[in-house]
Design a binder for this molecule. Structure first.
Ligand code: VG1
Ligand code: CO
Length: 553
């Protein structure tokens, strides 16, 4: 189908915006901010300006289906055509989960992809929107690229856009826009196929049919169609076993962040709050764009850091990883549970800054097979993004093989490796000045903290984490303040790079407990003295004027 004759396109004049610096995962702002005239266009053109091979290339485009997704995609398609992209592969309706987009980039050997998502941030007219560029390995663009895009946004004077309206985003098939081909594909097919290549679907299906109930919470977000196809049609989960299983542009007015606070329905089901007398054997949730996961058992929550360690320790039960793991990667604030597994397996464990982009080089270079973050993100070398449903399938595959409860598997893991008690406290939406003052003060005091004793443990290192990428030699400074104690305990302070309002302070607490008789403590209690220490050294209540965190995970 052809929509128009090719016309010579005049560039549109524009003025730079000063606030288009990408954060931890792309550019995220309020929808209304993105809707300002030329705001999205400037950023997209700046990406295109940083891609010398753009003309004649293939790009993957898709988003998590949130409010403003479709309008943005229309703009991006018209700009891609005017910037002489040869082909765009688009998920039907403009929808692709982040891991599915990563897979499509790799499978089609595309130059890269544009993913529209603000991930776990709320959606809707007054919610958040986001955009990021992924490179040809399927992963988020490294800092060097995002820095270059930011520089472009500061000096942009014009952008190119084809003067055509209304590409039918829902019509599967090939369309032509100017000289560009748009191939609209089913959003789920390729991803579902990849999953069948990694896991033992027959075994999982048989296990799920054998008195084993699951509850998957799609949070009204992008995983809904993926879960319905993979967990439902392919593995036999009933409609009741998938809750909030449709995609809505405003995520039903909820916060699509899979944690104990925001996945409330799931948590209530797993803890049988309504006293039905039965709980599912396995529970899971994914976020707005499908890259996060939360794993639960009946009356049991699996800490994401533990989940990474347990998947690594049981990887030989999963067909894709039977050959062994090359290494494991974890972000710096993630607990050190995975390090113990790596040690036992005799493989390397890498510590990277927060954000999936830092795993790309390690995966590409064959140094790691699995990687994860404490923020409900786990993944492997099958794509270059974290992958929510993949993590769910890892657990289902392990459960199908071990035929034990989630809790038993976790407890046995602790018995063997010891338990890393872990929690994260978030102070959301605090004034940026207060957050910066807290950090400046802490930074100034770092050297004086070394050797100081708190609750029977002393600080052996106090620094701001700096990452030296072992593959390309690049250095990323100021990735979080670390207080490392002589007994292996840690307190980490970071400022979020994904929020759109004020600042979010994240505090991460961890301590190791080898004694099996001490594995039943309540997490906050187990970490209480570290939480107190953080208050003592950083005066959190004073700076934030908040008595407690807004979210504890
Ligand atoms: C947060 C998490 C980080 C994650 C990032 C993107 O970043 O802490 O681990 O990689 O979100 O996840 P920050 O800078 O706010 O702490 V997603 O699922 O929102 O793309
Ligand atoms: Co996400």
């Amino acid at each position: 189908m052809r929509y128009s004759k090719p016309i010579k396109v005049q560039p549109v004049k524009t003025q730079p915006f000063t606030d288009q610096k990408p954060g931890t995962s792309g550019l995220r702002k309020k929808v209304q901010h993105f809707k300002q005239m030329d705001y999205l266009q400037n950023f997209v053109q700046s990406i295109f300006n940083c891609l010398p091979e753009l003309a004649g290339s293939t790009l993957i485009v898709g988003g998590d289906g949130r409010y403003f997704n479709r309008e943005s995609i229309q703009i991006i398609l018209r700009m891609a055509a005017a910037n002489r992209v040869k082909k765009v592969i688009l998920g039907q309706g403009g929808v692709l989960s982040t891991p599915a987009a990563s897979h499509l980039i790799r499978k089609n050997k595309a130059l890269g992809g544009i993913i529209l998502s603000a991930s776990h941030n709320p959606g809707g007219m007054n919610g958040d929107f986001g955009i990021k560029y992924n490179i040809s390995n399927g992963g988020p663009a490294p800092e060097e690229f995002t820095d270059a895009v930011f520089e472009e946004t500061k000096k942009i004077t014009q952008y190119h856009i084809a003067p055509i309206k209304g590409i039918p985003l829902d019509l599967i098939g090939s369309h032509t826009l100017e000289k560009m081909t748009i191939e609209i594909i089913d959003s789920v097919d390729d991803y579902a196929q990849l999953m069948t290549e990694l896991f033992d679907f027959d075994k999982i299906k048989a296990h799920m049919a054998d008195n084993f109930e699951i509850c998957f919470d799609a949070m009204y977000a992008v995983t809904a169609p993926y879960a319905r196809r993979i967990l439902g049609e392919m593995l036999g989960a009933t409609d009741d076993e998938i809750i909030r299983g449709e995609s809505l542009p405003n995520f039903g007015g909820c916060h699509p962040d899979p944690n104990l606070v925001h996945a409330k329905q799931l948590v209530e089901r797993m803890y049988d709050i309504e006293e039905t007398g039965s709980t599912p054997n396995f529970g899971a949730a994914s976020d707005g764009d499908g890259d996060r996961n939360m794993i639960m058992g009946d009356y049991f929550f699996v800490t994401p850091s533990d989940s990474l360690a347990i998947i690594a320790a049981n990887a030989q039960l999963i067909p894709a990883y039977q050959g062994g793991l090359k290494g494991i990667g974890r972000s710096m604030p993630t607990s050190q549970a995975a390090d113990r597994v790596a040690e036992k397996l005799g493989i390397d464990c890498y510590e990277t800054p927060t954000g999936w982009k830092f795993f790309g080089n390690l995966l590409d270079d064959g140094r790691i097979t699995l990687c994860g973050e404490e923020s409900f993100g786990t993944g492997s070398d099958h794509v270059r993004e974290k992958d929510g449903l993949w993590a769910v399938l890892c657990w289902l595959n392990i459960l199908a093989e071990r035929k034990q409860s989630v809790e038993d598997i976790v407890r046995q893991h602790w018995a063997e490796y010891g338990r890393n008690y872990y929690t994260r406290h978030d102070y959301e939406n605090i004034p940026s000045e207060a957050a910066n003052a807290l950090f400046d003060n802490l930074q100034d005091n770092l050297s004086s903290l070394v050797g100081k004793e708190f609750s029977g443990r002393s600080i052996s290192t106090a620094d701001n984490f700096s990452y030296h990428d072992p593959v390309d030699g690049s250095v990323s400074d100021k990735q979080g303040i670390r207080l490392l104690f002589n007994d292996g305990a840690r307190i980490i302070f970071r400022l979020s790079g994904t929020g759109t309002q004020g600042a979010t302070l994240r505090l991460y607490f961890e301590r190791y407990e080898a004694d099996i008789n001490q594995h039943d403590l309540e997490t906050q209690e187990a970490l209480y003295d570290l939480i107190e220490t953080a208050e003592l050294v950083a005066n959190i209540i004073g700076y934030t004027e908040m008595n407690e965190p807004t979210v504890i995970t």
